[in-house]
Design a binder for this molecule. Structure first.
Ligand code: HEM
Length: 546
C-alpha cells in the first residue's frame, strides 16, 4: 500500500465551503486510523452531507470520525475509498485484511473484541480456562461469529423493512452451515449425526454439548436483531427438541424425516401453547382434542395466540385438552399438528419487535390429527411441556446474555470516544458507576448461566425436571431484571442516539424497544420468580428452624 506524507494529505484538502462546481482536479482526502481516504466522489453520497467532510479536508480526523460513526462504517467503505497509509501516523492501523490471507490464530484474534468484559471468560487472553471449556468451543464460536457477521447486515435490513425471513436465508443457516442443528441443541444431535452433518468449527454432532449450544444462542443474540432471530430460529428452537424427544408414537423414519427437514431449513416448526385467555397459565388451556369415533384421529378445535414463527410454520407442537374441562394440568396432551392435515388458519400479529418474527394467531377448526402424532402419553403432556419449558427458558437466557455483551461493549466504546463538556464521558464518575452496575450484573449472570448449564449437561433428565425447574425460572427472572437495568443505563449513556434506529446507537435503540420480550415470552418475570420460590418451598425441610 502506498505511503502518503502529511504534506501530500494536506495538499488534497478540497475547496472548503466551495460550490458543487469545483474543478475535478481538486481532491478531498482525509486520514482516519492511519489510512488516507479519498472522499472526492463520496462526498455527494455521504449521509452526513458534504459540509462536514470539507471542514476536515486534508486533515487527520480519527476523533471526529468516531464521534459520529461506528467502526463497521469504515470496514464497509475501506476497500472502496482507501488510497494509502499515512506516513509517520501515530494511529494504530486497523487490520482490514481479508480473512483468507490470515492464519487461523490471526483470524480468531481479529474476531475477538478487546473491549473489557465484551467477551466471555473463555476468550479473555490471561484468564485461566474454566474446566467445561475446550478448544472445540473456541473454534465453534469463532466460525459461527464469522458466518453470522456475513449475514448481519441482511438481517438488519429484513428487520427494518418489515419482511418475513426469506426461505433462502433459512436454508443457508440450515443446509450450508448446519446452524439450525446447533440452535436445536443436544436432543437433535443423534439425528444430525445420522445425516452426516458437520457443525461450525468442524465439530461432529456427537461431540456437541450444551456449552456449544449456549455459545450458539449467545452468538445469535450478539449479532442478529431480535425479530429476525425469532423468525429464523425462535419458534423452531422451542419446538423441534420436543419433536425429537417426545414424538415417539410415530414411525421413527417419519419423525427423523420431520426433524431433518426442519434442520435443513426446508420446513419450519413452532410451539403452540399459549392462548388468548391462558398466557403463562398453561394448566388452563381450552383448545380441545377429542378422539374420532374410528379411534384413528384426535379432532382439534381452538385458538392459540402469540405463536412465534407461526406464520411460516409447517409443524405446530400444540398443547391440547384431552381430559375433561377443568381437569387442569392432568388433562393436557401434546400433539404434533402438520399444517397439511387441513383446518389450520393463520393470522399475523403485529408485535413491537418485527414482522420478521412471524408471530401468529393459529386457528384450529376440526383438524384431524392421526393418533400417532400424539407426543408422549395422553393426558401426560404437561410433563413434556414443563421439561421443554426448562430448555426454552434457558435458551432465552443464553440469547439475552449474548446480546447484553454487545450492549456493554457499545457503552464502553461510546463512553470512551464521546467527548462532552471538554472530556470523555468515561471521565465522569456517574458514567463509571453505570458501567460498574452493568458489568457486575452481566458477569454474575454469566456465572449463573455456567452453573445451570453445567448441571443440565450432567444431570439425567428426570432429576433435572425435579431439581432445575425452580433454579432455571429464577435464572430467567434474574436475566430479565438485569436486562431491564442494563437497557435503562445504556439509554442514559447514549442519550438521543439510543432513540435513533440507525447509526451509533442502533443496538441500544433495539434493546430498549424490545427487551420486554424476554420478560414475557416463555413465562413472565413474576411467574418465574413465583415458580422458583414455590419450588424451593416444596423442598423446604419440614422441621427446619431459625
Ligand atoms: C471514510 C469516511 C467516511 C465515511 C465512509 C462515512 C460514512 C457515513 C455513513 C455511512 C453515515 C450514516 C450513519 C452511519 O451509518 O453511521 C455517516 C453519517 C455521518 N457522517 Fe460520515 N463518513 C465518513 C467521514 C466522515 C467525517 C470525516 C465526518 C465529519 C468529521 C463525518 C460526519 C458525518 C455526520 C455528521 C453524519 C450524520 C451522523 C448522524 O446521523 O448522527 N463523516 N457517515
Amino acid at each position: 500500500m502506498r505511503e502518503i506524507s502529511q504534506d501530500e494529505l494536506a495538499a488534497n484538502c478540497g475547496t472548503r465551503f466551495a460550490s458543487d462546481e469545483r474543478p475535478s482536479s481538486e481532491k478531498l482526502w482525509v486520514a482516519i486510523d492511519g489510512y488516507v481516504y479519498d472522499l472526492t466522489k463520496f462526498e455527494k453520497l455521504h449521509p452526513g452531507g458534504k459540509a462536514v467532510l470539507r471542514m476536515v479536508g486534508g486533515q487527520e480526523c480519527t476523533k471526529e470520525f468516531y464521534a459520529l460513526h461506528n467502526k463497521s462504517v469504515l470496514e464497509k467503505y475501506h476497500k472502496r475509498l482507501c488510497v494509502g497509509k499515512l506516513k509517520d501516523s501515530e494511529q494504530n492501523l486497523t487490520n482490514f485484511e481479508t480473512s483468507s490471507a490470515m492464519s487461523k490464530e490471526e483470524e480468531q484474534e481479529s474476531l475477538a473484541s478487546k473491549v473489557p468484559f465484551a467477551e466471555i471468560p473463555l476468550l479473555r487472553p490471561n484468564w485461566v480456562r474454566q474446566p467445561w471449556w475446550t478448544d472445540s468451543h473456541r473454534d465453534f464460536l469463532f466460525d459461527l461469529r464469522k458466518k453470522l457477521s456475513g449475514i448481519q447486515e441482511e438481517c438488519e435490513q429484513i428487520e427494518k423493512q418489515g419482511k418475513y425471513v426469506p426461505d433462502e436465508l433459512q436454508e443457508v443457516l440450515g443446509k450450508e452451515w448446519n446452524l439450525l442443528s446447533c440452535l436445536n441443541g443436544t436432543s437433535v444431535m443423534p439425528i444430525a449425526q445420522k445425516l452426516g452433518l458437520v457443525l461450525p468449527g468442524g465439530l461432529q454432532p456427537k461431540e456437541f454439548d450444551l456449552f456449544h449450544e449456549y455459545i450458539a444462542h449467545a452468538e445469535f443474540g450478539r449479532r442478529i436483531p431480535v425479530g429476525t432471530r425469532n423468525g429464523l430460529a425462535g419458534g423452531m428452537a422451542i419446538s423441534l427438541p420436543a419433536i425429537a424427544h417426545f414424538a415417539g408414537n410415530m414411525p421413527e423414519a417419519l419423525r427423523e424425516q420431520i426433524v431433518a427437514d426442519v434442520l435443513s431449513g426446508k420446513k419450519k416448526s413452532c410451539l403452540a401453547v399459549s392462548e388468548p385467555q391462558a398466557g403463562s397459565d398453561v394448566a388452563n388451556i381450552i383448545t380441545m382434542a377429542v378422539k374420532s369415533k374410528c379411534g384413528k384421529y384426535y379432532i382439534v378445535n381452538g385458538i392459540k395466540k402469540w405463536i412465534t414463527g407461526g406464520m411460516n410454520a409447517d409443524y405446530f407442537v400444540t398443547a391440547v385438552r384431552t381430559g375433561p374441562v377443568g381437569s387442569g394440568m392432568k388433562g393436557i396432551s401434546l400433539l404434533l399438528v402438520d399444517k397439511s392435515f387441513g383446518g389450520v388458519t393463520l393470522k399475523h400479529i403485529k408485535t413491537s419487535d418485527a414482522m420478521a418474527a412471524a408471530t401468529a394467531w393459529v386457528y384450529y377448526d376440526d383438524v384431524h390429527v392421526p393418533v400417532e402424532y400424539l407426543m408422549g402419553q395422553e393426558n401426560k403432556g404437561f410433563r413434556c411441556i414443563v421439561a421443554n419449558f426448562n430448555h426454552e427458558r434457558w435458551l432465552i437466557c443464553a440469547g439475552v446474555v449474548g446480546s447484553l455483551r454487545t450492549i456493554l461493549e457499545d457503552c464502553f466504546l461510546w463512553a470512551t470516544q464521546r467527548e462532552v463538556f471538554g472530556k470523555a464521558l468515561i471521565q465522569q464518575p456517574v458514567i463509571r458507576q453505570k458501567l460498574a452496575r452493568m458489568i457486575g450484573g452481566l458477569e454474575s449472570l454469566e456465572a449463573y448461566m455456567d452453573s445451570i448449564t453445567y448441571q443440565m449437561a450432567h444431570m439425567d433428565s428426570f432429576t433435572q425436571m425435579i431439581e432445575l425447574g425452580g433454579p432455571t425460572a429464577i435464572l430467567k427472572f434474574q436475566v430479565t431484571r438485569v436486562m431491564t437495568m442494563i437497557s435503562d443505563e445504556a439509554v442514559q449513556i447514549f442519550g438521543g442516539r439510543a432513540l435513533t434506529a440507525s447509526g451509533l446507537g442502533k443496538n441500544i435503540e433495539q434493546m430498549q424497544r424490545t427487551f420486554k420480550f424476554a420478560s414475557i415470552l416463555g413465562g413472565s418475570e413474576e411467574i418465574m420468580a413465583d415458580l422458583g420460590v414455590r419450588q424451593a418451598m416444596a423442598m423446604f425441610p419440614q422441621h427446619a428452624r431459625l
